[in-house]
Design a protein around this ligand. Structure first.
Ligand code: FMN
Length: 162
């Protein structure tokens, strides 16, 4: 699947809006990820307000790119099962791949398990206290030239046992 290799983290975006239907397609891809017991522990906050995006870029560690994004999707997790973090990660990756397919640049910005940062974002977005901010996904048209990325490394593969 070429989009696995084409996807790269993008940290510079063009000053160009993205279509609502693309945002919805990206969220739909996330919602169709596998999850333990099919619990689907995710919900999403779509942020396009420029002041909010700027604010996010000032409070999110390694999140300076958030201010130039056309949109940020905040992934919220309901920790219903012990596997919720895996569920959220696969949801996030589905979303990045869909964004790549739609010719959009994206960057996963991890939040959970950074306690202080997570709480700050949870309060900012008024997320209920029994849920967590898992990650932010910055989206927009890429303003970077990036090579196709193949990190295949045979040394990391073991057969039958380590
Ligand atoms: C759990 C997780 C958290 C990440 N958090 C950040 C982040 O806060 N800021 C950032 O610029 N990139 C973040 N990234 C992107 C990684 O830095 C990036 O995936 C890695 O450097 C490999 O580059 P590539 O995505 O272009 O293949 C994160 C990626 C993952 C999977």
């Amino acid at each position: 699947m070429e989009y696995i290799y084409k996807r790269r983290s993008v940290r510079n975006f063009k000053d160009e809006d993205i279509e609502d239907r693309d945002i919805e397609a990206i969220i739909k891809a996330g919602m169709n990820a596998p999850s333990a017991k099919d619990n689907q522990p995710w919900s999403f906050i779509v942020v396009k307000d420029r002041d909010t995006l700027f604010h996010l870029s000032t409070i999110k560690l390694y999140g300076k790119m958030l201010k130039s994004a056309a949109c940020v999707i905040v992934l919220i997790a309901n920790p219903k099962t012990v596997f919720w973090q895996q569920d959220m990660a696969v949801c996030c990756q589905n979303m990045l791949l869909e964004a790549t397919y739609l010719d959009l640049g994206s960057c996963w910005c991890g939040v959970k398990p950074l306690e202080r940062e997570e709480k700050r974002l949870r309060d900012f977005f008024k997320v209920p206290d029994d849920q967590y901010v898992f990650s932010l996904i910055a989206l927009g048209y890429s303003d970077e030239e990036k090579e196709i990325n193949d990190k295949f490394d045979k040394k990391m593969i073991h057969y039958e046992a380590w």
